[in-house]
Design a protein around this ligand. Structure first.
Ligand SMILES: Cc1ncc(COP(=O)(O)O)c(C=O)c1O
Length: 391
């Protein structure tokens, strides 16, 4: 195996899921959001760990993401959170998925696909209460719910919404969204079509808006150990980051004062230096925006990235580590000794959020799981499903 790999601490995932279950409370189910290959952590092992720790549903973004989960034998309720195109309806039916629905045409396409498979699919009507992305306006809900009731192969399984800024310090907009959602749910119940599952809360709402816990919650980022408020999140609740991105030094070179390092010659040695080359680059998820800015941990010490991050290699200045050797571990995200580099820190340097840093770790980086007892030791994200097999 290449020296660049990700270690996933499944005990940390389990602890974070346990925390989400405790916050949700006994009457509220937890859907572990495992889209984006479980935010880069590997969907199948994370899903298994999350279900063992108390989650009862899984959330994916596209039906294709559910295929490896079903193929791994996971039989729980699985909701496709993103929109469904007509061509994807059969995949939803073939794998017995629930689908989030934002218009009548989607409901009709799913009904046809489900009938062809001899199934009845659960649909979750999405209300746009202020996210401005997908969903029905509150006044449109009743008409589509009545249509669903008239279709033989779909049933109304849920009513859902999504918050635009539940992580904001000012809770007012999230509160307004929740009030609009509650009104839509009341209208539907008054029309004699109560939604069996009402759900709204992402990690931030689960943490900061207890009234949003409803019948089910949909945490994502907190299950991976990161706070939805990013580095402003503080130590509470105690989340455990689950991912560690590490590599090992492949070469150490003396660079004389005035010599340059890497593409574009953006780094010129101000004095004689020792520079180590790491076999990790932006194709692995070490973003190019970290050029001359990021740091890595070697022997528990922070050392700076020098020069441009390349697609497959990155250079670091190890001059202040006299004992450093080829083969020494370098950590890009995670702990080493007393040091730690978080995905939040890496995100800030690149003007983004932990979510993107985690998701961007490429499929060519093997994932290694600890404890490894119940899951394959190394998991590689599955290739996209073969459409011929699905039909
Ligand atoms: C519809 C929906 N629900 C829940 C989540 C989980 O959000 P978070 O990772 O912020 O908890 C997402 C992620 O973006 C989502 O799109």
């Amino acid at each position: 195996m290449r020296p660049t790999y990700v270690e996933i601490d499944l005990a940390a995932i389990a602890a974070n899921v346990g925390l989400a279950c405790r916050l949700a409370g006994p009457g509220t189910q937890v859907m572990a959001v495992v889209k984006g290959d479980a935010y880069g952590h590997g969907a199948v092992p994370v899903a298994k760990a999350a279900l063992a720790a108390g989650a009862t549903w899984l959330g994916v973004a596209i039906p294709e993401e559910a295929v490896p989960l079903r193929e791994a034998g996971i039989a729980c309720g699985m909701l496709v959170l993103g929109p469904v195109a007509p061509d994807q309806a059969d995949l939803v039916a073939a794998h017995d998925l629930d689908q989030c629905v934002s218009d009548q045409g989607q409901a009709e396409a799913l009904d046809r696909a489900a009938r062809a498979r001899g199934r009845v699919l659960g649909l979750h009507l999405k209300v746009d209460t202020g996210m401005g992305r997908v969903g029905l306006r509150p006044h449109e809900i009743r008409g589509v719910a009545e249509k669903i009731r008239s279709l033989p192969s779909v049933r109304l399984a849920g009513l859902m919404t999504h918050f635009a800024e539940a992580e904001a310090e000012d809770p007012r907009f999230a509160g307004e969204q929740l009030a609009r959602f509650a009104e839509a749910a009341r209208d539907l119940a008054a029309a004699g079509i109560p939604a069996p599952l009402r759900h709204a809360a992402n990690s931030a709402a689960l943490l900061f808006l207890p009234a949003a816990r409803l019948d089910l919650v949909r945490p994502g980022i907190m299950l991976y150990g990161y706070h939805p408020r990013g580095p402003r999140g503080g130590p509470e609740p105690p989340l455990r980051p689950a991912l560690r991105l590490r590599t090992a030094i492949s070469q150490i070179r003396d660079v004389a004062q005035g010599e340059s390092v890497s593409y574009g010659r953006t780094f010129v040695a101000p004095q004689d230096l020792r520079v180590a080359t790491l076999p990790v680059g932006y194709a692995d998820g070490c973003g190019r925006l970290l050029s001359n800015r990021g740091q890595v941990l070697i022997r528990g010490q922070r050392v700076p990235i020098v020069g441009r991050v390349c697609m497959d290699m990155t250079m670091v200045d190890v001059s202040r580590l006299p004992d450093v050797r080829v083969g020494d571990e370098a950590v890009l995200i995670g702990r080493q000794g007393a040091g730690e580099i978080t995905a939040d820190e890496v995100a800030e340097l690149q003007g983004t959020i932990s979510y993107e840093v985690l998701c961007r770790i490429g499929p060519r980086v093997p994932r290694v799981y600890r404890p490894a007892s119940r899951v394959p030791r190394v998991y590689r994200p599955a290739s996209p499903p073969d459409p011929a097999r699905a039909s």
